[in-house]
Ligand binder design. Structure first.
Ligand SMILES: Cc1cc2nc3c(=O)[nH]c(=O)nc-3n(C[C@H](O)[C@H](O)[C@H](O)COP(=O)(O)OP(=O)(O)OC[C@H]3O[C@@H](n4cnc5c(N)ncnc54)[C@H](O)[C@@H]3O)c2cc1C
Length: 280
């Protein structure tokens, strides 16, 4: 299929992009890597009148350690993040997740900000951001604001972004010697969206764990934290954490809800092992 006709413009600055968004509201869509948007246009799931290409906006693709945080610009490509020394050293959960996102061709074009804004419930990066307690920088015609990951993912492909706003960067706590992270997903083939996935972070606390955050994806309308399981895991009880898994997945085209819940338990055991073993 081909997309419905649309107009195209390139925004040269952030201000220009948000001014255009404010003017055209729901009739416009930002174009970043195009890896999700172009598919939805071609399938006519979306038919905006105007595409605003943001790829020419300078300064939105940086990856930097700023004090106790790592900041990733919205236009940083997945491939750039995957190869970044800063990410490898200071954001090990993101480094673990990156190779699972699609295939190299998709990672060459897809952007971090695009993935967060699109908020596919089976996507890897929204769950990582949630697991890390990250923050999203948002810009609109009235200025900038920050939204915590816990408050950003609102529903199926729905976020806290207002129609005239865009994501400019995300910020996550930089890992230190007490940081523990874990990541696992089950997909039919490597590179497919996950049937079920789990991104997790915690702090080493003596021989145990503290601040456990388990963010499952592919099991609901958004990435979801399993808070009862988090509490059990912090107490060192892996069997108890699996038994307490507070998830309510639905059947989808791949598997039933019952199978998803079972697979979530399998992933939890794998990730729990990663969390208790210090990362090298
Ligand atoms: C075959 C295939 C397999 C894939 N597999 C996976 C996978 O396994 N895991 C995974 O996580 N992802 C997967 N993806 C998605 C991939 O990660 C995309 O790159 C990502 O979802 C969207 O990023 P993008 O830059 O391409 O955004 P685009 O497609 O350009 O935009 C997506 C949406 O986000 C909006 N948007 C883009 N940037 C911004 C911004 N800065 N602020 C506000 N709104 C914005 C657009 O208007 C649009 O509505 C896959 C994609 C394909 C095509």
């Amino acid at each position: 299929m081909k997309p419905a006709p649309f107009a195209y413009t390139r925004a040269r600055t952030l201000k220009e992009a948000v001014t255009l968004l404010a003017k055209h509201k729901d009739d416009a869509r930002l174009l970043a890597g195009g890896q999700s948007l172009i598919a939805t246009l071609n399938m006519r799931l979306s038919a905006p009148e105007l595409l605003i290409d943001i790829n020419g906006i300078k300064g939105l693709d940086g990856i930097a350690k700023k004090g106790k945080f790592v900041e990733i610009g919205a236009l940083a490509r997945h491939a750039q993040v995957e190869r970044s020394d800063i990410i490898a050293k200071h954001a090990p959960l993101i480094a673990l997740a990156m190779p699972h996102i699609g295939h190299p061709a998709i990672r060459n074009r897809g952007t971090f900000g695009g993935s967060i804004a699109f908020a596919d419930p089976a996507a890897d990066l929204p769950a990582c951001l949630l697991a890390l307690g990250g923050e999203i920088d948002v810009a609109g015609p009235k200025g900038k604001r920050k939204v915590k990951a816990d408050a950003f993912f609102k529903g199926l492909f729905e976020t806290a972004l207002r129609p005239q706003e865009m994501v400019t960067a995300v910020r996550i706590p930089a890992a230190d010697k007490n940081t523990r992270v874990g990541f696992a997903e089950l997909a039919r083939r490597h590179g497919d969206y996950a049937i079920v996935g789990l991104a997790a972070s915690a702090r080493a606390n003596g021989k145990g764990l503290a601040d456990v955050r388990l963010a499952f994806f592919g099991v609901g309308a958004t990435p979801v934290r399993a808070k009862k399981a988090e509490a059990a895991l912090a107490g060192g009880d892996i069997d108890g954490a699996v038994a307490a898994l507070d998830l309510e997945p639905h059947d989808d085209v791949q598997v039933t809800a019952k199978v998803k819940k079972y697979l979530a338990g399998v992933l939890l055991r794998r990730v729990a092992k990663q969390l208790v073993e210090p990362q090298s």
